[in-house]
Structure formats: structure tokens, C-alpha cells
Design a protein around this ligand. Structure first.
Ligand code: HEM
Length: 431
């Protein structure tokens, strides 16, 4: 147990030089924070080896990029066809847009720039209405309790597959109106990552994603057609009806993008948050004790876990004209990778490598949800889900600890963009 916890002697590690790191490398994927610290100190705008890509590691530089949507575009597919998924490949030459309407491309929210992006974002607003999220809290609590009921008698679980993944998925099904009985199909699509990360996957990993995408698109198209024919009192029906009323005819590719995005964007990310919270609390027993003694700390625990292990470590933008960031010239056609995980470990946090559940002032500076016009649409859902799941688990899973014999599975998954252990086997007192 002692070797599994950090509380006794937090190892912040001595500052290493940039030249000591190979990048990309398994070492950086396993724990990127020493690499980020070296970047911030020596090369805050750093050219990715052998690529026309620049890593941006300081918070102020990242915010400057996020706010300048004319120079740093979300239409990242324009610079590299590997960004395109499934049917999107045909849209670049033959855009299936509705001429004369405000929406000129069928690409979804994440692949659009203002002003078109603002229209697409408004169209999804009802999902994240704070009153709607508050009114759904009992439903979120019920989902968390029902999942725990399935394993609590065993005194152990693999937290990602038995709790975090289905929790995130069932939540979005309930909130948006996807059929929860299809959850096995949706869980199979967890390989569908973000468009941003596709350029950095191996051909094999990209092929695995591409196998899932046509199935997801067909599924979403069927739901959209069904809601047109048989309207329901749900978010999906609202989005579909509003688009047809606004544009005069259905824009199916655009709707498929958005309905697919909402179904998948919050699943893996929120699941990663829930798994990270438990890994961090068990690794830091004195922090776990603080929140067990004072449940008022629950919101802060979620914020600190998001800061400490940002589930999405970075996203990217395409550079539309020659420019500079932090005094470093960046050519048109390059990509910038905004390292949110680095901004969240910036020295200005004070003791950034310590996980402290009573750290003050986290939400204002936390970059786990990005920033600027594309800041995570679902952040309030993720936070509500994280807080409720934590409260229910603290009440029901007594004396939580890592299950012996699973140390290797707690390493990060093999992905430089995502922070989450491969698996999280835990034990608790059976009831
Ligand atoms: C802990 C959980 C989550 C994390 C860490 C997270 C992270 C992020 C980040 C970093 C971005 C910004 C992308 C960029 O900079 O280009 C983003 C965007 C987005 N997120 Fe989340 N997310 C989470 C949960 C959710 C949930 C539950 C939803 C549910 C609907 C959601 C929906 C979206 C959407 C639709 C966007 C695109 C926003 C836009 O382009 O305007 N996310 N998310």
C-alpha cells in the first residue's frame, strides 16, 4: 500500500532539461508533466519534431490562440485529410450545405469558426440550460446508485467499465433522448476519438476509428429521421425541428455531425474524469480523508482532479496566415497544439504537482474545458455528473483502496491526448 500512495512524500521531481526528453515517447505519454515543465521553461512555443506542428505550453499564449479564431481555425480538416472522418471526406469537394442559409458547411460545431460556429452552438443550448441540469440531478443520482448496486456486494470493481463508462453514457442518453437500451452499441463506439487527435494516431488506430464511424452516422441518421416523423419531447427532436424550421429543409450531414457529437463528446471525457478522481483520492489518503470529513469539499475535489489530470490534454487549431505566438514565428498551414494539461500545471498555481482538494480559486484558471468560443459546451453536465458520482461513492464504497496485482493497469492509456488509467481495479468493504 505504501508504494501506491503519494501523500507521505509527494515527489515533485527536479526540473529536467528539454534535451533530456524524447518526444513523442512512451515516457511522455505515461507522465507528461516533467516534459511540460521543461517546455514552459525553455521553449514555450516548441516545434514538434519532424512536423509542421507547434506545442503551446503557457496559459497566456494558449488563451491568445483560442481567442483569435481568424488566424487559428477550427476547420482543421482543411490542412490534413487525415482529420476527416467517414462521409466528411466527400464534403470538402461537394459541400452538402443548404445554399442561402446561415450555415454554409455541414461540418459540426467543433469543425466550424465564428460566425457560423455561434449559430451551431446556439442550436445546442437547451441541453446545457442550468435549470435543466439542476432538474436532472435526481436522475443522475439514480443512475449512479443503480450502477453501484450491480457490484457493491462483491467488494470490488473495475471502475472504468463497471461504473464510469456506463454512468457517462446513461447520463447523456437521459438528458438528450438517446435510447438507453442501445448502450452496448454506444459503448462500442468509444474508439471514436476527437478529430483533433486523429493526425497523431497510427494508421492502425485511425482505421479502428473509421470502422466505427459509418455505423454511428447511420444510427444517428435513423434517429433524426425518426424524430422528424415521430416528434418526442426531447433535445434531439428540438435540434432537428429547429434546423428544418430555420433553413427550410433538412441538412442531414450537419445534424448527423451534431447528434453524433453530443452522444460521444461527453462520454469518454467524463468517464476519464470519474476514474481520475478515484485514482487520485486513493493515491492521496490525506486528501481522501479531508473530503470524507467534509462533503462541502466535493466541488473542489472535482475541480482539482480536472486541473491535475485534464482528461483532454490538448486540442489543435490550423494556422490560416503567417503569424507568431509568444514571439515565435509560425507559418500559414502549421498546426498549433494547445497543451491544456501544461497550463494546469503552470508554476503560478503554487505547488502545481501536488493534488490538494482544498486548493482555492481553481475554476477561474482551470483549462480542462479549453477556453474561448469553443470552451466545452457540456462542462456543467460533466461537473454535475462528477460531483454526484463522487457523493454517492463516498457514501457507499467504504474504505476504498487499489486492488492488489493491478499496478500495471493503472498506467495511462497509450495516447498523448488523453489522461486516464488503462483500468482501475479497486476494492472496498463489501456490503
Ligand atoms: C470531464 C468531462 C469533459 C471534458 C474534460 C471536456 C473537454 C472539452 C474540451 C477541452 C473542449 C474544447 C475543445 C477545443 O478546444 O477545441 C470541449 C468541447 C466540447 N465538449 Fe466537452 N468535455 C467534457 C464533457 C463534455 C460533456 C458531458 C459534453 C456533453 C454534451 C461535452 C460536449 C462538448 C462539445 C459539444 C464541445 C464542442 C464545443 C464547441 O466546439 O463549441 N463535453 N470539451
Amino acid at each position: 500500500m505504501a508504494s501506491e500512495t503519494k501523500d507521505a512524500a509527494p515527489d515533485t521531481g527536479a526540473q529536467r532539461c528539454l534535451k533530456d526528453f524524447a518526444f513523442p515517447s512512451p515516457e511522455v505519454t505515461a507522465c507528461p508533466y516533467p516534459f511540460y515543465a521543461a517546455l514552459r521553461a525553455e521553449a514555450p512555443v516548441y516545434k514538434y519534431p519532424d512536423r509542421n506542428d507547434y506545442l503551446i505550453s503557457r496559459r497566456d499564449d494558449i488563451m491568445a490562440v483560442l481567442r483569435n479564431t481568424e488566424v487559428f481555425s477550427n476547420r482543421t480538416y482543411l490542412g490534413d485529410p487525415r482529420m476527416l472522418q467517414g462521409s466528411q471526406k466527400g464534403w470538402v469537394e461537394n459541400p452538402p450545405h443548404t445554399p442561402g442559409t446561415a450555415i454554409q458547411t455541414s461540418f459540426g460545431l467543433t469543425a466550424s469558426d465564428p460566425p457560423e460556429h455561434s449559430i451551431k452552438r446556439r442550436a445546442l443550448r437547451s441541453l446545457v440550460d442550468p435549470r435543466y441540469i439542476r432538474a436532472s440531478e435526481d436522475t443522475l443520482r439514480r443512475i449512479a446508485n443503480e450502477l453501484i448496486d450491480t457490484f457493491i456486494h462483491e467488494g470490488k470493481c473495475e471502475l472504468r467499465t463497471q461504473f464510469a463508462d456506463p454512468l457517462a453514457l446513461l447520463t447523456i442518453c437521459e438528458l438528450a433522448g438517446y435510447p438507453p437500451e442501445d448502450r452496448a452499441i454506444f459503448l462500442g463506439w468509444n474508439r471514436i476519438g476527437t478529430g483533433h487527435g486523429r493526425r497523431y494516431l497510427t494508421d492502425e488506430q485511425r482505421k479502428a476509428q473509421d470502422e466505427d464511424i459509418p455505423e454511428r452516422d447511420l444510427y444517428c441518421a435513423a434517429i433524426i429521421r425518426d424524430r422528424l416523423a415521430n416528434p418526442k419531447d426531447d433535445f434531439i427532436t428540438g435540434v432537428v425541428k429547429a434546423q428544418v424550421e430555420r433553413d427550410g429543409e433538412i441538412n442531414l450531414p450537419y445534424l448527423v455531425s451534431e447528434i453524433g457529437l453530443v452522444l460521444t463528446a461527453g462520454n469518454e471525457t467524463t468517464s476519464r474524469l470519474v476514474a481520475n478522481v478515484w485514482k487520485l483520492l486513493i493515491e492521496n489518503p490525506s486528501e481522501l480523508k479531508k473530503v470524507l470529513d467534509d462533503r462541502e469539499l466535493i466541488p473542489n475535489v472535482i475541480d482539482e482532479a480536472l486541473r491535475f489530470e485534464a482528461p483532454t490534454q490538448w486540442t489543435s487549431r490550423l494556422v490560416m496566415q503567417d503569424t507568431e505566438v509568444g514571439g515565435v514565428p509560425i507559418p500559414k498551414g502549421a498546426y498549433v497544439l494547445m497543451l491544456y494539461g501544461s497550463a494546469n500545471h503552470d508554476e503560478s498555481w503554487g505547488d502545481p504537482e501536488a493534488f490538494r482538494v482544498d486548493r482555492p480559486g481553481i475554476p477561474e484558471l482551470n483549462m480542462a474545458f479549453g477556453g474561448g468560443p469553443h470552451r466545452c459546451l457540456g462542462n456543467a453536465i460533466a461537473i454535475a455528473e462528477g460531483r454526484i458520482a463522487l457523493a454517492v461513492m463516498l457514501d457507499r464504497l467504504k474504505n476504498p483502496r487499489f486492488a492488489p496485482g493491478h499496478d500495471a493497469e493503472r498506467e495511462n492509456i497509450d495516447n498523448f491526448q488523453k489522461r486516464v488509467p488503462k483500468q482501475l481495479h479497486i476494492e472496498f468493504d463489501a456490503q
